[in-house]
Design a protein around this ligand. Structure first.
Ligand SMILES: Nc1ncnc2c1ncn2[C@@H]1O[C@H](COP(=O)(O)OP(=O)(O)OP(=O)(O)O)[C@@H](O)[C@H]1O
Length: 402
């Protein structure tokens, strides 16, 4: 009998049976969850449709709360009749076992934008590559904001590349539900001001000099800051203290209450990092980073350009004066840097700058249905002391990344 591919037959209503899933690979580990590439050993024994499975250990009450919230957001995104191509779909979730809460997502085989940036010459993207990724990210944020969701965790590590080379935002546990802004101009698309700046980039040359002037500091941006006050949903603003140090906005640090404009601030930080290979406000400590976010203006190497103008307008400390505050994504889409982008045709017309190589062997060769580990077995194994190195065979051992 022909077996049905697993991920294509999953729906958000499907109840995943964790006992049938086999781990092919560890995809990542964040502050709350562990993400595996898995396949269903019964319905997909030939490993034709593997998918990503995020597992969260239920022993931490806050992780559990955040996991349930993330599933709720993903379900909303999946139920939306007008699905956005740059946001993930919930494929299925498992009924909660005593130990885990788990859900399935489409596998993004291209890794994340942080890894991709480090593979570039000088560790930065060209302006045209940035335009492609930023346009897709703006579309994804626009869609979330239209649904009343502030994302609040934009950073390169959370921007994954699909097999097609297009982006997908991931990790929604810090997002929150807000009422849509009541200011009427938010819904207008009237670009009375054109924030154009005509000068050209002489970017890479000045980048080296600029970097020499800056001190190197250690990266500490994996763990989101814990909430001061839990508020997943509420009114027009949220007061919770969330985000990753270098991406956090001034209004969040001040505890002023914040809204969708925090995502446009983070877009400014992201754009800066894609351009210069480092974030604009990073200090030697969290305290110094926060002081910089509140007080320091971003430094730009080289001549002013449309790109630096965009960043400058996004990194305005006062959220009410920030690009995107008044009319949302429309203001950003109208910026000169995005001139020529066909926003309605992003998925069809543009050829993504990088297409992940399809490594079939990775999925079906070295680790097969027979050799894949069960989820529970995987975690059990982690609790036992490792074998001496001489007994390990790294090529076939999916635990090596741990
Ligand atoms: N659908 C996917 N396809 C491929 N890799 C994925 C997928 N989802 C997540 N990952 C990988 O797993 C990592 C951790 O996932 P995620 O960010 O959702 O976990 P988290 O515990 O919520 O992280 P954080 O510490 O940022 O809150 C990601 O950075 C990415 O490398």
């Amino acid at each position: 009998m022909e077996t049905r591919p697993s991920s294509s037959s999953l729906t958000p209503a499907t109840n995943l049976n964790l006992d049938r899933l086999k781990v092919l690979k560890l995809l990542g580990k964040g502050a709350t969850g562990t993400v595996f590439l898995v396949h269903d050993s019964v319905s997909d024994s030939s490993v034709s449709s593997p998918f990503a499975l995020k597992l969260v250990d239920k022993s931490s009450a806050s992780s559990l709360r955040r996991a349930r919230w993330e599933i709720q957001i993903l379900r909303r995104l999946s139920d939306d009749t007008n699905q956005n191509p740059f946001l993930p779909k919930l494929l299925a979730s498992s009924s909660e076992s005593s130990e885990f809460i788990a859900w399935a997502l489409p596998y993004c085989s291209g890794g994340d934008l942080n890894v991709l940036r480090h593979r570039q010459n000088d560790g930065v993207f060209s302006s045209s590559v940035m335009k492609f990724y930023l346009a897709e990210i703006v579309c994804a944020l626009d869609h979330l904001h239209t649904m009343g969701i502030a994302y609040r965790d934009l950073k390169p590590e959370n921007i994954l590349l699909q097999e097609s080379g297009h982006v997908t935002l991931t990790d929604f546990d810090l997002s929150c539900s807000l009422n849509k802004p009541t200011r009427p101009e938010f819904y207008l698309s009237d670009p009375e001001s054109d924030p154009n700046s005509e000068s050209k980039l002489s970017h890479k040359r000045s980048l080296r000099i600029f970097r020499q002037k800056k001190k190197k500091t250690k990266s500490a941006r994996v763990n989101p800051i814990t909430r001061r006050r839990l508020s997943f949903s509420g009114g027009e603003q949220s007061n919770s203290f969330v985000g990753t140090d270098e991406y956090i906005s001034p209004e969040v640090i001040r505890g002023d209450g914040h809204d969708f404009a925090v995502d446009w601030w983070a877009l400014g930080v992201l754009t800066y990092e894609m351009m210069y290979g480092e974030t604009p406000f990073k200090g030697r400590s969290k305290k110094e980073t926060f002081r910089n976010v509140l007080m320091k203006e971003p430094e730009f190497a080289g001549k002013p350009s449309e790109l630096t103008d965009l960043i400058r307008r996004l990194l305005v400390k006062d959220p009410t004066k920030r690009l995107g505050f008044r009319r949302g994504a429309a203001e950003i889409k109208e910026h000169a840097f995005f001139r020529g982008v066909r926003w309605d045709l992003l998925t069809e017309v543009l050829r993504p700058p990088f297409i992940p190589l399809r490594d079939d062997g990775e999925l079906t060769g070295k680790v097969t249905a027979e050799s894949g580990f069960g989820i529970k077995e995987y975690f059990e194994k982690l609790k036992t002391p490792p074998l001496p190195l001489s007994h390990e065979c790294p090529e076939n051992n999916p635990f090596v990344d741990f």
